[in-house]
Design a binder for this molecule. Structure first.
Ligand code: FAD
Ligand code: UDP
Length: 399
């Protein structure tokens, strides 16, 4: 028996109960066990509990929130343990849903890229080009003409290199994308699906926001508080610091919702599905600010980290010190990113075929469906999945 913290959900708040010796006996068999307390698991648990089912949430980490988990550090500043999470969505439904569990702090994300010591807006926009090339571009037409003269048409556009080179040409591609991507993924952009770099647009205007979504905001009291509200339901119990493999036999359940890596669920029987990981270096500096925006990207391949995040910009905290995180991509460690490329998708499809045959198990979330999803997309996927699952579970109960 490892030390296990059980958090029992009560109305609105979570009460921690620690059982150092042995696992707490479940009060009663659960209708559903949910593996993972991130966005996918929390939304599924909440929807199922609201529909009247008894839910047990199990996560092997000692906290809820999955990769969106945030906490106050020793300096009292709110930091994101697993790297910067900025909420943005075009879905009114997703925004309204999460608004049941949190208030919001309006926040529009801005990013600068460090190009040989010069800080310029990223995504590339008119300002970026004028700063780098002293190009004197005054209109959107000027920018389009400037880019068109550099662009190298690629037909068809397949890879993450093609997308960028065909829009801005090889030089800007190398300056902003090649090194960053090679660090972030351990692959050349030519080896990655086009969807990866297509996440980042190139703009002819001077809009320097990272996202243009309709809703852009941070949970006013942080993500973890929002998850506490989501999971704070009398129908939900939570087991933390427990792996599914340990819990599955000990806690009877009629249905399983699995949000961990799909290849792990099936004991890697077709081989490991690649997930990219990151190392985080969290630091608190004895100065009020480090940088003028929340995130500075380092596209230079010789710099070992990809970006530095300064949290006070995101959270609105004020203090004489400042907390920052450096991200160091790595092949080893917790699974963070599915790696979008054809051969991985083919391997995922083999696991997905096994998943479809598991009638008493539902796979949902970024790791279990192997999709490079943002938070809002995971919430949307979980809401849709719950909508389909709930009638099935009701029908099974009546039988
Ligand atoms: P996760 O959050 O990974 O949750 C899965 C949980 O399952 C984990 O807590 C894990 O411990 C648990 N688990 C897995 N296997 C087991 C097991 N066998 N037993 C017990 N527990 C298990 N999205 C945005 O919208 N905006 C951003 O700015 C943004 N920034 C990001 C930055 C980084 C560095 C990363 C890595 C991701 C970022 N994302 C961002 C994406 C966001 O993190 C995900 O979309 C979201 O957190 C996925 O939720 P999930 O529940 O699917 O998975
Ligand atoms: N990217 C890049 N340079 C940048 C920013 C992004 O090459 O300055 C590429 C890189 O491959 C990255 C992808 O675009 O993984 C998507 O960027 P995004 O900021 O959406 O990544 P995330 O926040 O999900 O890590």
């Amino acid at each position: 028996g490892a030390l296990i913290a059980v958090e029992r959900a009560t109305h609105g708040a979570l009460e921690a109960i620690v059982s150092p010796k042995r696992w707490p006996a479940a009060v009663a068999p659960h209708d559903v066990m949910v593996v993972g307390a991130g966005f996918a698991g929390a939304v599924m648990a909440r929807q199922l509990a609201d529909a009247g089912f008894k839910v047990l949430v199990v996560d092997r980490r000692p906290h809820i929130g999955g990769n969106a988990y945030d906490r106050r550090n020793d300096a009292g500043l709110l930091i994101h343990q697993y790297g910067p999470h900025i909420f943005h969505t075009n879905s009114d439904d997703v925004f309204a849903y999460l608004s049941r569990f949190t208030q919001w702090r309006p926040y529009e994300h801005r990013v600068l890229a460090d190009v040989r010591g010069q800080l310029v807006p990223m995504p590339i926009n008119r300002t970026t080009l004028n700063l780098l090339y002293d190009a004197g571009l005054e209109t959107e037409d000027d920018v389009e003409a400037f880019l068109a003269a550099r662009a190298e048409p690629v037909e068809p556009i397949r890879t993450s290199a093609d997308v960028v080179v065909s829009r801005v040409g090889r030089e800007l591609y190398e300056t902003f994308f090649r090194g960053y991507t090679r660090k972030q993924w351990g692959l050349d952009p030519s080896e990655l699906d086009k969807a990866v770099t297509a996440r980042v647009p190139t703009r002819a205007d001077t809009d320097d926001r990272y996202f243009t979504d309709q809703h852009q905001a941070m949970p006013a009291d942080g993500y973890t508080r929002m998850f506490e509200a989501m999971l704070g339901h009398p129908g939900i119990e939570i087991l933390l610091g427990v792996d599914y493999v340990q819990a599955r036999g000990a806690y009877p359940h009629d249905h399983l919702v699995f949000t961990g890596p799909i290849d792990e669920y099936f004991d890697h029987r077709f081989g490991k599905l690649p997930y990219r990981s990151l190392g985080f270096r969290h630091e608190t500096l004895e100065q009020e600010w480090l940088q003028s925006v929340a995130v500075v990207n380092y596209p230079d391949e010789a710099v070992p980290y990809t970006r530095i995040t300064e949290y006070k910009h995101l959270t609105g905290d004020s203090a004489p010190v400042t907390s920052v995180t450096y991200e160091y991509p790595s092949a080893e460690g917790d699974p963070y990113y599915p790696i979008p490329r054809e051969e991985n998708q083919a391997l995922f499809k083999r696991y997905e075929a096994l998943a479809i045959a598991e009638h008493d198990v539902t796979f949902v979330g970024r790791l279990a469906t192997y999709r490079y999803y943002n938070m809002d997309q995971v919430v949307g996927q979980a809401l849709a999945t719950a909508r389909r699952l709930i009638p099935r579970l009701h029908a099974a109960k009546i039988e």
